[in-house]
Write a protein that binds this ligand. Structure first.
Ligand SMILES: [Ca+2]
Length: 372
């Protein structure tokens, strides 16, 4: 929810920061594959995991890499800069609806989308948007200019992780937890992810950790799986095919979310590091953060994000970084499955394409082992 927009915030909105739009509905050229460069500073650490893997987590060995997205037409992902991170554990896939249900049953937690908001905290927001609900994607009936996401996002009363499309009582189709058990949980606000993380004994990854993990050991490739969007003509991720936001042809097998292991894992064994759902990171969002880091020195070590949040496209809104893009991303719009690109989301809003996965530090026992 955002008082700034006079309504609900469009979680992880791509529109304002999308690649430079052309006359044809914001289409942009997929960047050329980066030139191969020899860079001795880049390395993936080779030491083994310091301890047995926690359930469904993968040891990410840490190392030094180029972070950011050159040639993507996304100013906030520039400049590309060298980052060094320590090793850590990463969930092999986004948190699923079934996993989130276990958490809710154990704790009684009520997500932000399931709560009513206090009108005094959100002046100017229509009363009907203060009840429980969340933003649900709704395709348009025809192609539309891509300048206003409110054309395809609907604030939907009753939409939540339990009912990703809304309750739709009386309609023929009502999506439930069981229908989406192995899909990523969605309609998750930042606070929801944090509470879950505490319960699980984990934490959200930093943006740098997420990107290092997403690159899967590849140096400056465009996608988590390489430099071709559709290698061997086989879909590598759940994204959008067709004219956004009117018609998704679903050529990758899905027109909404997909099971978290539906597409091949990347080089580190991680699923859904691009496409399917956006995933929260711990970092606050500022578009100038990479420039600030790059100006500070040759290597940024374990960056944690800026001290405050600022998005000139929505001043006053508190935003955190989200990564990975979603099933709504296409080379025509958003394209944030580009592994070095960045997303951002207002912290108190979820959406039908926003979830999370978690990270964990190695334990105190494992801490004695070298990770570099
Ligand atoms: Ca798809």
């Amino acid at each position: 929810m955002s008082a700034v927009t006079g309504g609900f915030a469009i979680a992880v909105s791509c529109a304002p920061a999308a690649p430079v739009p052309s006359a044809s509905h914001g289409a942009h050229q997929t960047p050329a594959a980066p030139a191969v460069r020899t860079d001795t500073a880049v390395r993936i650490n080779t030491t083994a995991a310091p301890e047995p893997a926690p359930k469904d987590m993968v040891w990410i060995p840490g190392g030094t890499f180029w972070m950011g997205c050159e040639g993507c037409g996304m100013p906030d992902a520039l400049p590309s800069h060298v980052v060094e991170i320590n090793g850590f554990w990463m969930d092999r896939a986004p948190v699923t609806t079934a996993e989130f249900e276990r958490f809710v049953k154990a704790t009684g937690y009520v997500t932000v989308a399931e709560r009513s908001l206090d009108a005094k905290d959100f002046p100017g927001v229509p009363e009907e948007m203060l009840g429980p609900g969340s933003a649900v994607f709704a395709p348009t009936s025809r192609p539309v200019p891509l300048d206003n996401p409110l054309q395809w996002w609907r604030y939907t009363p009753g939409a939540s992780w339990k009912h990703p499309e809304g309750p739709s009582v009386g309609s023929a189709f009502r999506v439930t937890v069981a229908d989406r058990a192995d899909h990523p949980v969605v309609h998750i606000a930042f606070e929801d992810a944090q509470v879950y993380a505490k319960w699980a004994g984990k934490r959200l990854p930093t943006e740098a950790e997420f990107e290092f993990a997403a690159r899967g050991g590849l140096d400056r490739n465009l996608y988590p799986w390489g430099n071709e969007l559709t290698p061997g003509s086989k879909p590598a991720a759940n994204i959008w095919q067709g004219t956004f936001p009117a018609k998704d042809r679903g050529e990758d097998g899905y027109t909404g979310t997909s099971p978290v292991t539906a597409f091949p894992p990347n080089g580190f064994g991680l699923y859904d590091m691009g496409g399917n759902v956006w995933q929260w990171c711990a970092d606050l969002y500022r578009p100038d953060y990479f420039a600030v880091l790059a100006a500070q020195g040759a290597v940024a070590r374990n960056p944690q994000g800026p001290a405050d949040s600022f998005d000139p496209q929505e001043p006053g809104a508190s935003k955190r970084v989200a990564k990975g893009g979603s099933y709504l991303c296409t080379d025509q719009y958003c394209a944030r499955y580009l592994v070095g690109s960045r997303g951002k989301s207002e912290v108190s809003s979820g959406a039908s394409n926003l979830g999370f996965r978690l990270a964990r530090n190695r334990s105190a026992v494992g801490r004695g082992a070298a990770d570099r």
